[in-house]
Design a protein around this ligand. Structure first.
Ligand code: DX5
Length: 232
């Protein structure tokens, strides 16, 4: 049974020399998916990986693979990522003139379609596409690097999205990405998040992947109990 809140480790914080092993560790720890942070050095000031890494991970784990395209002109790469085995492709609102067309093109590839909004982008810019988006990803850091501080001023965006999705009886997931740890996970879930992307709180020197995932689960359960006390 799909849990109320899913955890997707971001491989940006993993050891790139052991990416397959680190993905397997996450799978063994019981996470629901992995987020692959694709960066082009233009939309964000960092450069990471492309469809080839998704293709390799597809052969290594059976997890849901979520390709977060922090790139200009994402429409050029949709087929490559879909054919490499991505289960979802998330594009940024800031670089899509015709967001509806891009999201529809992703869905035509039989892949879930998501849109991400940076901290400075109002969530009202994506309210008109909620019915063609499988998820909205609220960035709680400026994209480009792991290990940044969670931006609490983004919580109101999550709350507004939660209200809008519930009022319209949509199934759109709310993904929260950036600075997620047990403390901020609690805040994000209490505000209405249904997927948490976490990098440095899962892949780090202080704890094992399994223990770090367990710590996040505990915090998620506490927040979920607050939202819906009768559910337990
Ligand atoms: C930032 C990425 C995030 C980041 C998460 O551009 O999109 O996924 O890697 O890492 P933490 O959880 O350390 O903020």
């Amino acid at each position: 049974m799909k849990p109320r809140v899913s955890i997707e480790p971001s491989i940006l914080s993993a050891d790139f020399a052991q990416l397959g092993q680190q993905a397997k560790e996450a799978e063994d720890a019981g996470v629901e998916g992995i987020q692959i942070d694709v960066m082009d050095g233009h939309f964000v000031p960092n450069l990471t990986f492309g469809p080839g890494v998704v293709k390799s991970l597809r052969k290594t784990v059976s997890l849901f693979l979520d390709a977060h395209l922090m790139i200009n002109n994402p429409h050029i790469f949709l087929e490559d990522f879909a054919h490499s085995g991505a289960n979802r492709i998330i594009v940024h609102q800031e670089v899509c003139e015709d967001l509806t067309t891009v999201l529809r093109s992703i869905r035509k590839l039989k892949v879930e379609a998501g849109v991400a909004v940076n901290p400075e982008t109002p969530v009202t810019t994506v309210e008109s596409v909620l019915d063609v988006a499988d998820c909205v990803q609220v960035m709680t850091v400026s994209p480009g690097f792991a290990g940044q501080r969670f931006m609490e001023d983004q919580l109101s965006k999550i709350q507004r999205l939660r209200r809008e999705i519930d009022q319209r009886h949509l199934k759109t997931s709310i993904v929260v990405d950036g600075g997620i740890d047990p403390k901020t996970a609690f805040l994000a879930v209490r505000s209405g998040a249904t997927v948490l992307v976490a990098g440095s709180s899962i892949y780090n020197q202080t704890g094992s992947v399994a223990q770090n995932v367990t710590d996040l689960r505990k915090s998620i359960a506490e927040a979920a109990a607050m939202i819906n006390p009768s559910a337990n």
